[in-house]
Design a protein around this ligand. Structure first.
Ligand SMILES: *Cc1c(COP(=O)(O)O)cnc(C)c1O
Length: 392
């Protein structure tokens, strides 16, 4: 590649490619090669690349006002907050710029609530293999192997339980406990859904103990699971929810939502320079309105079922261990550590490449645009089969 990248800080191994254009489920690189995109900016571009509604909202808002200051109200901020509360069990919204920042806000809100109502309780029970972001506090809340020592010392107050094991949660509850935080489906951990029974028990337990149930829906929110929010799969109402990724459809936007009973911030407790800026919240309005269009989420469920069929078919043909997931967040369980090799081969396919993700070496994760077509899903399955045949 004749592109000199030496000024870009090295934080991850990137392929020698520069992406220059995107349209729907397709990306184009600097040499004009096209790729079918099953990453979509890490489950971010829920409406695919360059969605016309988002572009129109961005353009229109940019001409009106970009940033009056977080100290003032603006129209898109109010409209998006209304859209989110009128379509969920929550009453109040605080906007942020990344999932990690929204989760930081959730942690602060829970600790504040603990100060006011639980005698200063501050511990939030989180889960092994959970992922909540890359700030120091959210890394401490995450249950990723190795993260406890990476930037030690950690922020204290995040004891770890096991997902789908209610006894492991019960054991950790004490006078200092203020809440339990989890992803309804662990995303980075390898697409591991919470059991329905576990979620029901967790809601009952947290109510009984008067502690908060906090759902990190940065990955599972905004239609990804076929419901507007992942916890709705379980018929439970949490006290706090965070959104990120899909809510901006690709632009930096995130949100912290809480019920009236929990939304206890006072002036000076929380803020941020770009929080609730109209440019991003205008895009968020376009995204949520498109997700709420009649039939859209039903289609996500139908396409999720179709993707499941395609993956089960591949699993059977190549002797894998099946698949799991909800809606259009799914994983194929390979029974060998061939994930990274498949990802590499898929990207290098000619003349058209395929972008896949392997969050664990024995797993492939699929997080396509929610408006992907059945033809594109089928095309991915055919390309993947071709690669697997080559590898046999
Ligand atoms: C991606 C993710 C985050 C972090 O979001 P950023 O925008 O990268 O800070 C937090 N929680 C979950 C569940 C995620 O998937």
């Amino acid at each position: 590649m004749n592109i000199d990248t030496h000024s870009v800080m090295y934080i991850t191994k990137r392929p020698e490619l520069v992406f220059t254009e995107g349209q729907g489920s397709w990306l184009t690189d600097h040499q004009g090669k096209k790729y079918l995109d099953f990453l979509q900016g890490w489950a971010v571009n829920c409406l695919g690349h360059s969605n016309p509604g988002m572009i129109a909202a961005l353009e229109k808002q940019a001409r009106k006002i970009i940033n009056p200051s977080p100290a003032f109200y603006n129209e898109p901020m109010i409209k998006l907050a209304d859209l989110l509360t009128s379509n969920s069990c929550f009453d109040k919204v605080f906007f942020a710029n990344s999932g990690a920042e929204a989760n930081e806000g959730a942690i602060k809100l829970a600790r504040k609530w603990g100060k006011l109502h639980k005698n200063g309780a501050y511990e939030i029970i989180t889960f092994n293999h959970g992922f909540h972001g890359r700030t120091i506090a959210t890394m401490s809340a995450s249950g990723k192997d190795g993260w406890d020592t990476m930037y030690a010392p950690q922020v204290p107050g995040f004891p770890k339980a096991e997902l789908n094991d209610i006894e492991s949660v019960k054991k950790l509850i004490n006078d200092k406990t203020v809440g339990v935080m989890l992803e309804p489906v662990q995303g980075e951990g390898g697409v591991i859904p919470s059991d329905h029974e576990f979620m029901r028990q967790l809601r009952q337990l947290t109510k009984e103990k008067n502690i908060l149930l906090m759902v990190d829906e940065v990955q599972t929110g905004c239609g990804r699971t076929g419901k507007l929010f992942g916890h709705q799969l379980y018929n439970i109402t949490p006290d706090i929810m965070t959104l990120g990724k899909g809510i901006g459809g690709g632009v930096p936007l995130a949100a912290l939502l809480a019920t009236d009973a929990v939304a206890c911030f006072e002036p000076g407790d929380q803020g941020g320079t770009y929080n609730g800026n109209p440019l991003m919240t205008a895009v968020g309005c376009s995204v949520i309105e498109q997700l709420l269009a009649p039939g859209f989420l039903d289609e996500v469920i139908a396409k999720g079922a179709y993707l499941r069929e395609l993956l089960l078919d591949i699993s059977q043909e190549f002797g894998f261990e099946g698949e799991r997931g909800e809606g259009l967040l799914r994983a194929l369980k390979l029974n060998r550590d061939i994930g990274p090799e498949i990802v590499e081969r898929a990207r290098n396919l000619e003349p058209i490449g395929l972008l896949l993700n392997s969050p664990r070496p024995n797993l492939l994760r699929f997080m396509p645009a929610l408006n992907i077509s059945r033809e594109e899903l089928k095309k991915m399955a055919e390309m993947l089969k071709g690669i697997l045949k080559e590898m046999q």
